[in-house]
Write a protein that binds this ligand. Structure first.
Ligand code: IPM
Ligand code: MN
Length: 357
């Protein structure tokens, strides 16, 4: 049985990093005898330029008929002046919402070869899985907009979660915690926000079905500190859409570069894989983008969509081997070493794959 992968390259460095991830998938398909096909669709700025909208119907139907979706990144200065709902980012948000991809998994691990490049000391051994709710919160709540009242403008967004939205992502997180170190930290701002008070209540109720999991609640401001002070004490970190967006970038710094962090966005019918980083317009087209986050996203695709843990592990090992061989893109390059290009990094990963990780 074959798998069809929808590829949405997006903007900026998107096409460059996706190109490497596709090569990795092709190498894996030969090693493990997996039948794969690829079909491309437009999203973000690239779609705005061609179809005047960030998520064309063609792209959405392609995603719905594929076994998994691989996405690069969206956005860039060219489209910055467009209204919020017409920006490249709106295409990605609409895709997450349309496919109901409610659980966004963002693993934060530190490769030992990079521990000296992390701004945090003694970082070896950090292994956090951030689970960010992806279909609710200020990202989608109504009312939203810029309104005129009393002769001036008001910007409005609404933080909103239903009980069922919280419950399903909490269940997902507790289930995942069972196969890890059995610790779950739920992050909210329940001392100030009603939406968070409900979040905390529902998470605590779900916790009753998982007595073997240790549950800790943290306020988001405190969590931001604890991630720096005691990163090794975290296992699964569950939070809403906007706090998850911010905390996952912070956690990215632990692993030396955002260019290292993959993600999987999972719903009951579909799954999308993308690096956490953005389209990095400043380095787009220069051939120096770090492809590792996208390559590791493909690793997550192998694990979660194709149920092939062995292949997923091989991808991770190949990345580690490329780093051990001294290949570093500029964002992760230790002082005194010569930085490599995207292609050099990609070739090193593929060589390691072919040698068996
Ligand atoms: C992310 C990104 C997106 C988000 C943007 C590009 C819409 O920052 O995936 O973290 O805010 O969710
Ligand atoms: Mn983000």
């Amino acid at each position: 049985m074959g798998f069809k992968v929808a590829i949405l390259e997006g903007d900026g460095i998107g096409p460059e990093v996706v190109n490497c991830a596709r090569k990795v998938l092709e190498a894996i398909s030969k090693i493990f005898n997996i039948e794969l096909s690829f079909e491309y669709g437009l999203i973000g700025g690239a779609a705005i330029d061609k179809f005047s909208k960030p998520l064309p119907e063609e792209t959405l139907s392609l995603c719905k008929e594929s076994s998994a979706i691989l996405l690069g990144a969206v956005g860039g200065p060219k489209w910055d002046s467009l209204p919020t709902n017409m920006r490249p980012e709106a295409g990605l948000l609409a895709l997450r919402k349309e496919l109901d991809l409610y659980a966004n998994l963002r693993p934060v691990k530190v490769f030992s070869e990079l521990s000296d490049s992390s701004p945090i000391k003694n970082i070896d051994g950090v292994d956090i899985l951030i689970i960010r709710e992806l279909t609710g919160d200020a990202y989608f709540g109504e009312p939203r907009g810029i309104f005129e009242k009393d002769g001036e403008l008001f910007g409005v967004n609404t933080m909103q979660y239903s009980q069922s939205q919280i419950k399903r992502v909490a269940k997902f997180a507790f289930e995942v915690a069972k196969s890890r170190k059995k610790k779950l930290t739920s992050v909210d701002k329940a001392n100030v926000l009603e939406v968070s008070a409900l979040w905390r209540k529902v998470v605590s109720e779900v916790a009753k079905d998982y007595p073997e999991i240790e549950l800790e609640h943290l306020y988001v401001d405190n969590c931001a500190i604890q991630l720096i002070k005691r990163p090794k004490s975290f296992d699964v970190l569950l939070t809403g859409n906007i706090f998850g967006d911010i905390l996952s970038d912070e956690a990215g710094a632990l692993s030396a570069s955002l260019g290292m962090l993959p993600s999987a966005s999972i719903g009951s019918s579909y799954a999308l894989y993308e690096p956490i980083h953005g389209s990095a317009p400043d380095i787009a087209g220069k051939g120096v983008a770090n492809p590792i986050a996208t390559v590791l996203s493909v690793g997550m695709m192998l694990e979660y969509s194709f149920k092939n843990k062995k292949a997923a592990k091989l991808v991770e090992e190949a990345v580690s081997k490329a780093l051990k061989a001294g290949v570093f893109t500029p964002d992760i390059c230790p002082e005194g070493k010569k930085p490599s290009t995207t292609d050099e990094m990609c070739n090193a990963i593929i060589k390691a794959l072919e040698e068996g990780g």
